[in-house]
Each structure stands twice: as C-alpha cells, then as structure tokens.
Design a protein around this ligand. Structure first.
Ligand SMILES: [Zn+2]
Ligand SMILES: [Zn+2]
Length: 345
C-alpha cells in the first residue's frame, strides 16, 4: 500500500468479502474528506452479502458495502463552510439532486437521482476514507463515540416512521421486530412521549434491550399474545406476512400501520377487508429525510444505553468475521461495528 492508497472491504462474490486497496478519493470544492472511524453493518448490507440483490437492485462485483458511518474530517474543499480539519462527524449516506420536485418538497429520500452510499452501483463506506458533500455531513458532540454516532442512520429511519404516523404524545404504539431499526424506533418513540410502547421479538435478550430504551411492555412472539384493537400506531420492521397480519389485528379503528421492513418476496397478502372496516391507514417508510440532526440529539441523550445495541466490534482486516457475525440476527447479535482505521493486533 503506498501513501495515496487506502484499504477497502470488497465484496467479491456471494458471501465473500476481502480486503483490497484503492486510491484515496479526491474531493470536490463542496466536499470534505472523511477518515472513516466506525461503520455499522446494516440489514441491507447482510441482504446484499447473502443474496446479491434487493429487489431489482443487483450487486456488480467487486462492491464496497456499508452506509452507517462516522469519522473525522481530514480535508475540506475550497467552498466548504461548516467544517474544519479534525471535526468529528456522522455521515448521511443518501445525497439527492437537491433540485427536483421531490427534493424541493422536502421528500428528498424519494429523489430519482439520489446517490446512496453502498446501494449498487455506488460504493459504500467500508473503506478508510470517503469524500462527501458537506450538507450531508453532521457534527457530533464529543460525548458521542463514533460507534454510537453510526446509529444516527437507523435511528433516522425510526424518526421518519414517527413523522409519517404523525405520532402525538399520549399515543399507544406497538413496534414489531427488535432489530436495530426497531430498537431505534423505540428510542425515538420514547423521545416523542408516547404513552405506551409495546414491543415484539422472538429473542428475549432483544426485548430486554428494548426495555432499557423505553419499551413499557415486551411481547415474546409465539409465547405471548398481542392485544387486539388497542394500538394507535403499529410500526412493523420485519416485513413478515404474519407480523403484518397481527399488526392489522392489534390496531384500533382509525389506527395507522407503518411498514418499514422489506418483505422477503415481492408480493405479500394483507387483510384489506379488515383494514377497510377499521379504516386503517397504511404508511410506508423508505429511508428518511431531514432526520439526522434530531437523531444525533436523541443518541446523545441515550448515552451509555446505546452500548447495549452494539454487540460486537471488528477491525477491517477481519471484515469476513464481521459480516458472518452480522448474519447471526436470530441470536443475540444486534449491531456489528467495524473500525476502519484500527489494525488488528
Ligand atoms: Zn442502514
Ligand atoms: Zn432530487
């Protein structure tokens, strides 16, 4: 590796990732160069790793994954005004065009031109340096660690879900599936002052973590029943058909079903008849818009609790181990973090 090169994690074929080398990127006038410190492995990374595609989006090998990223600014472009060298930052991975109708109406997550780090064909953040426009980079407080700051990305999804549901203080909320997005949705719902936050999962350890984030009731799926006709809002993060069915049953009349989890198959069955009779609103969530600043604020309030979510850490040299560990979501594994600039002993 020469001085202008960096290490990257290349996905070279299905379920095979190895360390490679690339030139350190150069920056445009509106960009900063970030030394990547920590990257969280996301469910979508696992999906591409195992299956090579999500829907019609297909990986071209070699591919660099990762989009939950925090690091240090090491170089600033000539037009950059918000940052200086040494600033600690979180990276919002989706950069939209900023000019289309969707962008101008604030729904930039739906921009057709969005460049989203790690979504093929764009490179992700599992590399030692990335260039990124300064308006999609956010300062983090000194009290927040880099690994905690990577959670701003899944937390933004939770915040966006609550914005979609127009969640009001005093509402009763059920959140299904305690993966990172579900857990982060619990944290956000707690911050929004919901009256009750019930949560479901099959792994009891994850339910315990949900409690520490503010869940008021835990339901171990297959062992405990979910009360019917009760909740104002259900946030469903698994995409499983059965979970969607219980979501419909558990909502009170006029309730809102917020669907975040991608289903395994393209088409799923929904009990539309019951939904009509209860006049249930179905809201879908695709990524997020304008959520990062609040996400960082909430994370900073959650100090120390978020460490429950980070269940394993790896260095880049052991990226294979990290990806395999991240696949173990049926066990106690919640969030796997990779350090990009620390070497193994
Ligand atoms: Zn993610
Ligand atoms: Zn746009």
């Amino acid at each position: 590796m020469n001085a202008l090169e960096m290490k990257v994690a290349n996905l070279v074929e299905l379920s095979k990732v190895e360390v490679g080398y690339e030139e350190i990127p150069s920056i445009a006038p509106n960009e900063v160069l970030i030394k990547v410190e920590a990257v969280g492995i996301c469910g979508s990374d696992i999906h591409y790793y195992k299956h090579g595609h999500i829907g019609k989006r297909t990986v071209q090998y070699p591919h660099i994954q990762g989009h939950e990223c925090a690091g240090t600014v090491v170089e600033v472009g000539s037009h950059v005004t918000k940052f200086s060298i040494g600033d600690r930052v979180a990276v919002e991975p989706g950069v939209p065009c900023r000019t289309c109708e969707k962008c101008r109406s604030g729904k930039y997550n739906l921009c057709d031109e969005v460049v989203f780090l790690s979504t093929p064909p764009y490179k992700g953040t599992l590399r030692q340096y990335i260039n990124h426009p300064e308006d999609y980079v956010f300062s983090i407080p000194d009290s927040l660690t880099f690994e905690e700051a990577t959670l701003a990305e899944p937390l933004s999804v939770g915040i966006h879900a609550l914005n979609r549901a127009n969640l009001k203080p005093g509402m009763k909320v059920l959140i299904m599936g305690m993966g990172p997005v579900g857990l982060m949705a619990v944290a956000a719902t707690n911050y929004f002052n919901a009256e009750e936050i019930a949560v479901t999962d099959m792994v009891s350890h994850k339910l315990e973590v949900a409690k520490s984030l503010g869940a008021t009731q835990t339901i171990e799926v297959s062992k405990q029943e979910i009360v019917e006709n009760y909740f104002d809002v259900v946030i469903e993060t698994s995409g499983a058909e059965q979970a969607l069915a219980s979501a419909v049953n558990s909502l009170k009349k006029g309730g809102k079903l917020v669907s975040i989890g991608f289903p395994r198959q393209q088409n799923v069955t929904l009990d539309l008849t019951t939904m009509l009779q209860k006049e249930i609103d179905l809201l879908t969530v695709y990524r997020y818009a304008n959520a990062f600043p609040l996400a960082i604020k909430i994370l900073n309030k959650l100090k120390d609790i978020t460490s429950n979510i980070i269940t394993s850490t790896y260095v880049l040299d052991d990226i294979s181990g990290a990806m395999e560990k991240a696949c173990e979501t049926h066990l106690d594994t919640i969030k796997v973090i990779v350090y990009l600039n620390e070497s193994s002993l």
